[in-house]
Design a protein around this ligand. Structure first.
Ligand code: SF4
Length: 235
């Protein structure tokens, strides 16, 4: 039987169950948790945006430490980020790496949101998906993966997030795509446009890529996709 995009999802979901992405910090707490809860206020939506930018080139564990620092200082707030001293802000997000660059990006994002949308993510997210994506991609330091993470998890609009794990796993499974857009199309055209499904699928791929389909020495014997994987069959 030909491997389908949905078949891969089904196997991963059956093996791992719900992943609860994107982690959000509950009121009064400092640590984001994988509850699977949808963001339902300004702080939660902004925290997802912050996390999507902080997670560039680093692991979620490091992002979590930076977000805890920000929560302790009540800095998950668009106005406070925009008005903060850049060195102070960079120090808070240091655990996430590339902190000077990321501080500039986050402050730039906060300034953009304030200036153009009164600091209100709901106003920004009222754009349709296509306009929202091009608005985000126009910002410095926001590439397709970051823009799509914001659109899917914070704005809750149906776009598939392609990351390095997705690219590696699907190329090993035998799917060919020349770039980000082509791989994204594979998911968008072969799955129902369902926000919850896109979130879950992306999170399942993160789990597989992190714990089984590693860059070096993938753990194919324990992998739930081993019976349909081309890489496994030829290795
Ligand atoms: S079988 Fe191996 S190569 Fe294939 S997806 Fe699983 S871990 Fe990756």
């Amino acid at each position: 039987m030909k491997t389908s995009v949905y078949m891969v999802y089904k196997k991963l979901f059956d093996a791992f169950g719900p992943q609860g992405w994107w982690p959000i910090t509950a009121d009064g707490e400092t640590k984001p948790v994988h509850s699977g809860k949808e963001p339902n206020n300004e702080r939660e939506r902004f925290e997802i945006i912050v996390g999507a930018i902080l997670t560039q080139n680093t692991s979620w564990r490091n992002v979590e430490k930076a977000i805890e620092n920000l929560n302790r200082e009540r800095m998950v707030d668009v106005r406070r980020v925009a008005n903060s001293d850049e060195n102070y802000f960079a120090e808070l997000i240091k655990p996430a790496g590339y902190y000077n660059q990321k501080a500039k990006r986050l402050k730039g994002f906060a300034e953009f949101l304030l200036k153009k949308y009164d600091g209100d993510t709901a106003k920004l997210f009222s754009l349709d998906l296509k306009d929202l994506r091009s608005e985000l991609l126009n910002l410095k330091g926001i590439g397709p993966e970051t823009a799509d993470s914001i659109i899917l998890y914070a704005a809750e609009k149906p776009v598939f997030v392609v990351d390095a794990y997705t690219t590696r796993i699907f190329s090993r499974l035998g799917f060919t795509a020349k770039d980000y857009d082509e791989l994204q199309k594979l998911f968008m055209e072969n799955l129902p446009r369902d926000v919850a499904l896109f979130k879950e699928y992306h999170a399942l791929l993160v789990n597989l890529g992190k714990n089984y389909c590693k860059k070096n020495k993938p753990d194919c014997n324990r992998c739930p996709l081993s019976d349909i994987c081309r890489f496994q069959k030829h290795s």
